[in-house]
Design a binder for this molecule. Structure first.
Ligand code: XIL
Length: 334
């Protein structure tokens, strides 16, 4: 059963995105705020109706899962896994190794290199094992590269050098041999210095026999920036390495307030993003980073901007929603 009896469902007058996506052999997902999930029936209803994949927006991150060393709290994340099971959705695990949202006990103590290696190993092992069998794909390493293509300076790079990436993938695979394991980053939608570095990294990992199975392109876009027009070629070159690709965190922010003209550009950006994924067989999923403007990180992260998702603050579908729906109907994917 897809909906709880008392969940209200705004009517869109259209087939749910998940049904349209399924016909194209794609997953369509959203990031989920688990506190809203717990409190808002209308939010639950739209999530269940429209999406076949869910990603915890925060609650699988290190800071929330292991707030003290060796003390794990999976309560919120487990609630999402449960919701996904009840609504026949897959879960994208997000994320194991990142420089943000890490607990203080980890960043503020002066651990030695062997200690940090041990801490990272233990964290990955514990968390991946906890969710084993319930995770379709893990964002194992998030945002390892700078915009100029150099390595991002993180505690992991400092302690372990670039090898931390390969180690993380091996440890994740040992803990859950079934999950698809992804590298994930932003500003890698176009061909350029950053995506070139990601490409070289994936090539190198594969050459070493590392179990990397996918590349996630976050796709946090803005109507005031040019659309990444080399997106499809970029997806294709990664796919040609033998890995899956996915759009993992799509949103299209607009300078507030939204106007019909701005919403129309936004709709076109969403459509082009999804279209590129549909045109590449190895692009397995398309995830929006929150489906409603009522609960989106955009206004908090980008001053003066917002309204970046396909549903408005009243959970009504925006032109972007209609555009996604139209693309899913019109395209015959390979
Ligand atoms: C963001 C969340 O949306 C916010 O709620 C949180 O305060 C910060 O992190 N790239 C990622 C995501 O991989 O995890 C980030 O999510 C957005 C950028």
């Amino acid at each position: 059963m897809r909906y709880a009896e008392n969940d209200q469902m705004p009517s869109t007058g259209r087939a749910p995105l998940r049904d349209l996506a399924q016909a194209q052999h794609k997953l369509i997902g959203s990031a989920v705020d688990t506190s809203v999930l717990a409190s808002d029936a209308a939010y639950r209803a739209v999530l269940a109706r429209e999406f076949s994949s869910v990603t915890p927006e925060n609650v699988m991150k290190w800071q929330l899962v292991e707030p003290q060393r060796g003390v794990f709290d999976y309560t919120a994340a487990d609630s999402l896994v449960q919701f996904a099971r009840e609504h026949d959705q897959v879960v994208r695990g997000h994320t194991l190794v990142w420089h943000n949202q890490v607990p203080r006990w980890l960043t503020e103590a002066a651990f030695t290199t062997p200690e940090l290696a041990d801490i990272l190993h233990e964290h990955i092992l514990q968390e991946v094992a906890h969710f084993r069998g319930n995770i379709n794909a893990w964002d194992v390493v998030n945002e390892p590269v700078n915009d100029d293509g150099t390595w991002r300076d993180t505690i992991w790079l400092r302690a372990l050098g670039p090898d931390y990436v390969g180690l993380a993938f091996r440890w994740a695979q040992a803990a859950d041999p079934q999950a698809w394991l992804y590298l994930n980053d932003f500003n890698v939608e176009s061909i350029g210095p950053k995506s070139d570095a990601m490409y070289a990294l994936v090539q190198d990992l594969l050459a070493r026999g590392t179990p990397v199975h996918g590349v996630g392109l976050q796709a946090h876009l803005a109507i005031e920036l040019e659309f990444p027009s080399t997106l499809r070629q970029n997806l294709e070159r990664f796919a040609a390495l033998g890995v899956h690709v996915a759009i993992t965190e799509a949103d299209v922010r607009i300078p507030l307030p939204p106007t019909p003209a701005k919403l129309a550009i936004q709709a076109e950006y969403f459509a082009r993003l999804l279209q590129a994924c549909l045109e590449v067989r190895q692009c397995v999923s398309f995830t929006v980073w929150g489906f409603t403007d009522a609960h989106s990180w955009v206004p908090r992260a980008f001053a003066g901007q917002g309204a970046g998702t396909p549903f408005d603050e009243q959970l009504q579908p925006k032109p972007a929603y209609v555009a996604l729906s139209v693309v899913l109907r019109a395209t015959v994917s390979p």
